[in-house]
Design a protein. Structure first.
Length: 341
């Protein structure tokens, strides 16, 4: 009986010890699971406390605990520690485009670009015109906090579109329909100046460049424009032809004047040369006649010494015949001399 009691006590102890061991094991497993869960949560919270700023981004720090936004923008790219629950509000730091155009499906704008249909306006003469344009814009870095407080992190795009449409619609009424195809550069400059001022003052956005595309007019007006352009082109061609003809005729006139001038100069030169030649010939003839006269006079004086004038002439002529015979080549010709009675 004592052995039975002992064996009963041992079984009872064994029965009590096994549940306690299972409880202890469950407690240990639960404690380990809680520790693992805590570690995992801690790692996740630490991981979420860091956020990266891309090279093409600026950011503002949002504090989840105080529900406030930091005023100083983060402009350096890289990983930023924000703390548990906090996150970054990002903005593009590069130039972006705002389109008011009609593109086909092949056009894929950047996710930060704005793509809108053309703007329909009225000119100061009441014509309805559809305008296509695009401009390059950039947010002002120092005013990111003001932008966020004004329109939020994405609202600036819609606000920019509404302001742009208002500016273009208003300033379009300052120009005639003719200016939109004849003086488009002046219209584009006016649009750019007005858009730059409005977006900078009201939305803290800088307009980098602006391009106005050819306007779309009603069919009847567009046809009239084509006809006007053709007429202008015909007028330009006619003016050019007239200018060419004028140049040609002016050239011919100048050539004729130059030729006439050359003829006059040549004639004057020939006349001067003839006059000088005549003067020289006259001078030579006069001198020769003078010399001959002097010679004849001396000959008469020589042959007339001691004789009558008639004898002097006869003597002189005889002398001339003798001189002629001396100078004559006797083999070439025969001269018959007739005695003077």
């Amino acid at each position: 009986s004592c052995q039975g009691i002992a064996s009963f006590s041992t079984g009872a102890d064994t029965a009590v010890t096994q549940p306690e061991a299972m409880v202890n094991q469950a407690v240990m497993l639960g404690s380990g699971g809680c520790c693992c869960l805590f570690v995992i949560c801690l790692i996740v919270m630490l991981f979420l406390s860091f956020q990266k700023v891309e090279q093409s981004q600026w950011a503002l720090r949002y504090n989840w605990w105080t529900e406030s936004v930091g005023e100083n923008p983060i402009t350096q790219a890289g990983v930023q520690y924000l703390g548990v629950g906090n996150y970054l509000i990002t903005f593009p730091s590069t130039n972006k485009y705002c389109y008011f155009r009609e593109f086909d499906n092949s056009f894929n704008p950047d996710k930060d670009d704005v793509f809108m249909p053309p703007i329909t306006v009225r000119t100061n003469d009441g014509l309805k015109v559809k305008l296509e344009m695009e401009f390059v814009y950039r947010l002002q870095m120092a005013k990111l906090y003001d932008v966020y407080m004004l329109v939020g992190d994405e609202g600036y795009k819609n606000t920019m579109v509404h302001l742009s449409e208002g500016v273009i619609t208003e300033y379009a009424t300052k120009f005639s329909a003719q200016a939109f195809y004849g003086d488009r550069g002046e219209v584009a400059d006016a649009f750019k100046d007005a858009l730059t001022k409005v977006l900078s003052d009201r939305l803290f956005i800088d307009v980098q460049s602006f391009q106005l595309q050819p306007a779309h007019f009603p069919p009847e007006y567009a046809t009239a424009i084509v006809e006007t352009q053709e007429m202008k082109q015909d007028i330009q061609v006619a003016l050019q032809e007239n200018k060419t003809k004028f140049i040609q005729k002016t050239t011919l006139l100048k050539n004729a004047e130059e030729l006439a001038h050359q003829i006059i100069i040549q004639a004057e030169g020939d006349a001067q040369q003839t006059m000088l030649a005549n003067k020289a010939e006259v001078a030579q003839y006069s001198y020769r006649q003078k010399v001959l006269a002097e010679g004849y006079s001396k000959a008469f004086e020589f042959f007339g010494t001691g004789a009558t004038a008639q004898d002097a002439v006869t003597n002189f002529l005889n002398y001339m015949k003798i001189e002629a015979l001396k100078a004559h080549n006797g083999s070439a010709k025969t001269i018959k001399l007739t005695p003077v009675s």
